[in-house]
Every structure is written in structure tokens, then in C-alpha cells.
Design a protein around this ligand. Structure first.
Ligand code: AMP
Length: 559
């Protein structure tokens, strides 16, 4: 197994990669980085979603002389979106290297680019047309160039950029290192490579014969910004007894874990930064079914052998088909049935097709559940719970103390009206007339449209808060739950995990029994089961959260 440390990258780059939460190189990175550092020309068959950007960007940054004048690396991309995205990625990878990277594309005022070019940049990422413009005007010189990358070469040819590319390649110094990345390898690409690359090394990601377990595989298309809302809705519909949710990075595991907790889903996290003792504890809780959801990276989940996993959810689509097979192999074990669910953003469609092709799997597309679907599902669950309560009461008198109340109201109103009013209170269903953030078409991933998307995401947040009052299986949480008030909040650095941790550790109440957690600037509300409320209060009064002594009390009822 190759690690980033094995790849001869220096400390600042390793640090940046760690900060981004990458745990290990993807196959394309493991193969390309060494070759590029060795100065080889290279043809790599790889598409978006495989980590190809870092495959060329890390060695470019590694070899950069930040003191020298002039452009040292040029990356050609088919679209301005990709140019901006690659430049952003380079900035992130080179965060500790004081590099300057500039995206250059048509549609942006040229004088802004001129000013930036004049100030001096190390790396230029651009679309062929605009780059050719600059070369013709003499505003971009390539005589100091050391590396040239053709990114998504097949796309550039499809878009008719071949003449522009040829023009640019004429201007490149003879000894420039060239790397060509392309999802497909049509004749024209091979010809281009033969003409311009010198003894290129070929990188393809061979994959072993893959056997996919016989489980139901489905996918949902989601906009990048709506993924968490989509996930919670899927959880509400599927009601998994035990699910592993895979993310691409440690950072995403942390972020998703925190958001799930904040919405009332009990989740444990697993990634490479945890101590062995922590991992053991997490695994024990998951194995013993004390938590339903385990959010993990590929590396952390490797080798997990748990029989009861009902669902594998790819919150982030895996970076290569083998990872897909490994992930979904966590469910359907020991002859049980399992479901594998993958969230796919529009940009990742192609990766999904590749996975289907390489694994021979047929992955069925489903439409995302609507709010109404979730409401119907919850009502069914609610009815089941009521049925259980009613039949239990005959034996154990659980309802005794409410019977008088029901009888009293039953004298004033029809029992059906009384029940309906009680259901309304208990279910606290979202407004079905409200706009569904998931049904609005998500703009294609595009820059310059941020405003609209930001507004959209604000709307999401509101509606997901609403649904956070009634997350899965807890739609009637108010019943049987007591709300506690804790006098620390966001300003004191409190996160949901702190509250869950303090309660679980001090009172022994399992995390999944804890209800909604609402963190405000200076205080926090947390719901716990009625019968545990006193125990939790006493336990919390003895403990500290984020190093602060706290004063927990019962929250005052509303109104
Ligand atoms: P790319 O194919 O370069 O567009 O990368 C696809 C996604 O994978 C991006 O979101 C990257 O941030 C992410 N990524 C790239 N390399 C790694 C890695 N080694 N581990 C985890 N995520 C990665």
C-alpha cells in the first residue's frame, strides 16, 4: 500500500494533503507522482473523480522554484470551470509553498489577467483559446516553462481545440516535460502524444477481476450542495438498522458526523486520526448495535468484518471501482440481504458509469424521496408504534395515566378529533406546501453562480432544521423526552459531539437514546428520555464541557 510519505513529497505538501483530509494516494496518484517527479513524459488514462488533479499538481508544486521568475507550469483544460477548479485545487495543495497559480479563460476581462500575469505567476491554468490569445499578444511567455499538462485531453479535442493546442505546443521549449490526462484514448489523442511526447510512460489503472456481491445497488442523483439533506431523507425512508456511510476524506467524516448528530441521528465516526482505543470503542458500539450509523473513510473501514450491516451508503462516490466493490462488500454478509446506495453529483455521472462497466453491476437510479414520501413513511412507523403501545397497555398499564385525560376530552369532542389533534402535536410534520430544496434543479457546477446557490443552501438549512425536529424513528420524540438546558453553547466551542460525549460518558445513557441537540450561541438544548432526565442532570452537573463547569437544568416549557 503506497502512502503519501512514500512518494517523496516534501513536508509542506504532505501537510497540505493531510489538512485536506486525504488518507492515502488514489491509484492514479500512486502511479503518476513518482513518474512526474522523475521528469518523465506521461500519458494517463484517468477521468474526473479519480484524484487526477493532485496526480499532476503535487509533483508540479514539489518541483517549483518559487524564487525564479517566469511561468514554470502550464495546464490546459477544456472549460473555464475546470480551469478555475484546478487552479483552486493547486492553491490548496500548495498552501504552504507560497506558490502563485492563475486561471486564465475566455469570458473574463483580459486586463485583469494581464495585471496578474505581469505581477508574476508560477503556474497558469487555462483554456486553449484564451491562452493562445495571450501568446499572440505576447502577454504570456513560455520560455521558462518546465512542465505542461493536457487535462481532459479528449474533451479538448471534442471541443475542437486541436489547432489551438498545436499552436501552444509549438511555443513550448523543447525539453518541457509533458503529461497528458484523458478519460478515453481515441486515435487522435494517441497521435497527438506520439507527435509531442518523448518516450511517454503509460499509466492506466488496471483492475482485478471484480466480483460484486449480490445485493441491491441503487443510486440517487443529488446536487453537491444538497447532499446532506438528501442523505437524511434517504435515511428516513430506508430506516437502516445498521449502516456504514463512506466519505472521501477525514474532514468530510467529521463534518458529516457533526451534521448528522445535530439533526438527531446517532452516528459514530471512524477515520485514521483516531487512536486505537477510540477506534475500538467506536467499533464496539457499532458492533453491539448501540449506534445505527458509522461514518467512515475507506482506509478506516478496511478489513471491518461486521455481519449485521444492512446498508452501505456512499455519501461520496468512491475514487475508483475497486473501492466501490470493497465498500459495498461490507453489507450482505453471511447470507444476509443488504443495500448499497450511492449519491452521485452531476459531475460524477461518468465515474458511476465506469464503476458499472468495470464491475458489471447494474446500479438502479431512484428518484430522491420527497418530503411527502418521508411523511408517509413516518406515519406508517408512527402507526406501528401506537399499535404496539395500545396492545402493550392491556398487560402493563403504560397508558393508565393518560386514560383519564382521553376520557375527559372525549366528553367534549369526538375521540377521532382528539386523536387527530394529538397526532398533529406529536408528529410536528413539515409544511408540505413549502418549496422542496431537493426538487429545485441544481445549477450545473459552475462558477459565477455562487450567489444563487448560496441562497439555495440557506433555504436547505432551514428546512432541514424543520425536519431535524422529527428525524427518523423519532418523529414523536416529544413524547417521552425531556428537554434539558445547558449553559454553554457555540461561543464556548460546543459541538454536538461534546454534548453526546458528556452525557454518554457521565450518565451511561447511550448516544442513540439522546434526542435533538440544538446549540445556540451561549446555551444548548438537549432532549433525553424522561426516565433518564434526572440521572443525566446529576451526572452533567459533575462534569465539564470544553473545560467549563456547567449548570444543567430542566428547560422551561415553551409558552
Ligand atoms: P479529481 O479527480 O482530481 O477531480 O478529484 C476528485 C475528488 O477527490 C476531489 O474532491 C479531490 O479533493 C478528492 N481527492 C483527490 N485525491 C484524494 C485522496 N488521495 N484522498 C481523498 N480524496 C481525494
Amino acid at each position: 500500500m503506497t502512502t503519501f510519505q512514500d512518494l517523496n513529497l516534501s513536508e509542506p505538501i504532505l501537510r497540505a494533503v493531510t489538512e485536506l483530509g486525504y488518507e492515502e494516494p488514489t491509484p492514479i496518484q500512486a502511479q503518476s507522482i513518482g513518474l512526474m517527479l522523475a521528469g518523465e513524459d506521461m500519458i494517463a488514462q484517468a477521468q474526473t473523480g479519480t484524484g487526477k488533479t493532485a496526480a499532476f499538481a503535487l509533483p508540479i508544486i514539489e518541483q517549483l522554484d518559487t524564487q525564479a521568475e517566469g511561468v514554470q507550469a502550464l495546464i490546459l483544460t477544456p472549460t473555464r470551470e475546470l480551469a478555475v477548479q484546478v487552479a483552486d485545487a493547486i492553491a490548496a495543495y500548495g498552501k504552504h509553498n507560497r506558490i502563485r497559480a492563475l486561471p486564465v479563460y475566455g469570458g473574463q476581462p483580459i486586463d485583469r489577467q494581464l495585471r496578474a500575469l505581469r505581477r508574476g505567476v508560477h503556474i497558469v491554468v487555462g483554456t486553449p483559446g484564451r491562452l493562445m490569445d495571450h501568446l499572440e499578444r505576447g502577454t504570456l511567455a513560455l520560455d521558462t516553462l518546465r512542465t505542461l499538462v493536457l487535462d481532459e485531453a479528449d474533451e479538448m479535442l471534442n471541443m475542437g481545440f486541436i489547432d489551438d493546442i498545436e499552436f501552444i505546443l509549438q511555443k513550448v521549449p523543447d525539453n518541457t516535460q509533458m503529461a497528458l490526462f484523458s478519460a478515453t484514448m481515441p486515435k487522435e489523442i494517441v497521435k497527438l502524444a506520439e507527435k509531442h511526447l518523448e518516450n511517454p510512460q503509460r499509466v492506466t489503472i488496471e483492475s482485478e477481476e471484480m466480483t460484486v456481491p449480490q445485493i441491491r445497488q441503487i443510486y440517487y442523483e443529488v446536487g453537491g450542495r444538497n447532499k446532506i439533506e438528501a442523505l437524511t431523507r434517504i435515511l428516513d425512508i430506508e430506516m437502516p438498522t445498521s449502516a456504514i456511510i463512506f466519505c472521501r476524506t477525514k474532514a468530510m467524516v467529521d463534518e458529516l458526523g457533526e451534521k448528522l448528530l445535530a439533526r438527531g441521528y446517532a452516528a459514530e465516526l471512524l477515520h485514521g486520526d483516531l487512536s486505537q482505543a477510540m477506534r475500538d470503542r467506536v467499533m464496539k458500539r457499532f458492533r453491539e448495535e448501540q449506534v445505527e450509523l458509522l461514518v467512515a473513510t475507506d482506509v478506516a473501514a478496511r478489513g471491518l468484518d461486521i455481519d449485521h450491516v444492512s446498508h452501505v451508503i456512499n455519501f461520496d462516490i468512491p475514487l475508483d471501482p475497486e473501492a466501490y466493490v470493497h465498500r459495498i462488500g461490507r453489507t450482505g454478509r453471511a447470507g444476509r440481504s443488504g443495500v448499497a446506495i450511492t449519491l452521485v453529483t452531476p459531475r460524477e455521472r461518468r465515474m458511476l458509469r465506469t464503476i458499472e462497466k468495470m464491475t458489471g453491476a447494474s446500479i438502479q437510479r431512484l428518484r430522491l424521496p420527497t418530503i411527502a414520501d418521508v411523511v408517509v413513511r413516518r406515519r406508517e412507523a408512527f402507526k406501528d408504534t401506537l399499535r404496539e403501545l395500545i396492545s402493550d397497555h392491556e398487560d402493563d398499564g403504560t397508558l393508565a395515566q393518560y386514560l383519564i385525560l382521553a376520557e375527559e376530552l372525549g366528553e367534549e369532542y369526538s375521540p377521532v378529533d382528539v386523536a387527530a389533534a394529538a397526532f398533529k402535536l406529536l408528529l410536528a410534520e413539515p409544511d408540505l406546501e413549502a418549496e422542496d430544496p431537493l426538487s429545485a434543479p441544481e445549477p450545473e457546477e459552475e462558477y459565477g453562480r455562487r450567489d444563487r446557490r448560496d441562497r439555495g443552501s440557506r433555504r436547505d438549512r432551514r428546512s432541514s432544521r424543520e425536519s431535524s425536529r422529527t428525524p427518523r424513528g423519532r418523529s414523536f420524540r416529544e413524547e417521552g423526552m425531556t428537554r434539558l438546558f445547558v449553559d454553554v453553547g457555540r461561543e464556548q466551542g460546543v459541538r454536538p459531539a461534546d454534548i453526546v460525549g458528556a452525557i454518554a460518558n457521565e450518565s451511561g445513557l447511550p448516544g442513540r437514546a439522546i434526542g435533538a441537540i440544538d446549540i445556540f450561541d451561549n446555551f444548548t438544548f438537549v432532549d433525553v428520555p424522561d426516565d433518564a432526565a434526572n440521572r443525566v442532570l446529576t451526572a452533567l452537573a459533575r462534569t465539564q464541557i470544553r473545560g467549563l463547569k456547567i449548570n444543567p437544568t430542566l428547560a422551561r416549557p415553551k409558552g
